[in-house]
Design a binder for this molecule. Sequence first.
Ligand code: ADP
Ligand code: MG
Length: 210
Amino acid sequence: MLQLKEIYYQPATSEKPILKNISLKSANEHPIIISGPSGSGKTSLIEIISGLATPNKGRIYWQNQLIKQSKRISMCGVVFQFPERHFIGLTISQELKIGHRRISGELQTEILKKVGLGNVPLTSQPEKLSGGQQRRLAIAVQLIRNPEILLLDEPTAGLDWSVRDEILQLIKILSKEQQIIIITHEPELFDSWKVSNYKLLNGVLSKSIY
Ligand SMILES: Nc1ncnc2c1ncn2[C@@H]1O[C@H](COP(=O)(O)OP(=O)(O)O)[C@@H](O)[C@H]1O
Ligand SMILES: [Mg+2]
């Protein structure tokens, strides 16, 4: 169970607080959905949970243990918005190996299978994959680190309807094995899921009625 208590965030570069008194809790390890308009602080919240940014105040607990920032960096995997724009590997294998040079071909294949890319050769170029396949690869890049918490910033943004459904199905399957946090403009996509739903507005988080 992930729990945030009274997170407050105002980086030196911001004249006003970006996140104010944020508290949240995942129910029964269900995915946490955070929705809210552009500029409401969603990405900042992901950066704080995953240890990439430092809050001014507040505590974060995982399985009832206080977890410090350096530990959160290693236990979280973040797929940022439009991750395919940041691929740098010349092949799928290279992309998967960034930061883990010694990862075996076997593990790479296993992870690719997990995200539905089992039949795509490791030597394929990431930029030649379809939009949906690229999103799957971006998720695989994080899964290879075996994160306990997977954070997805707008995972279906910019995808066609049919592809969007496929990605949602993949996320649903992954959510059975690990804590997932999804940021979305469209919380209604998860209406039929068991989730903890939150809404962020001007840096203030509330439990959503969805
Ligand atoms: N490091 C920072 N310094 C100053 N302002 C920031 C910083 N990070 C985010 N902001 C501002 O905080 C607000 C929330 O940003 P963000 O978390 O990216 O929102 P969202 O992802 O919901 O669009 C925006 O107004 C953004 O410009
Ligand atoms: Mg954002």
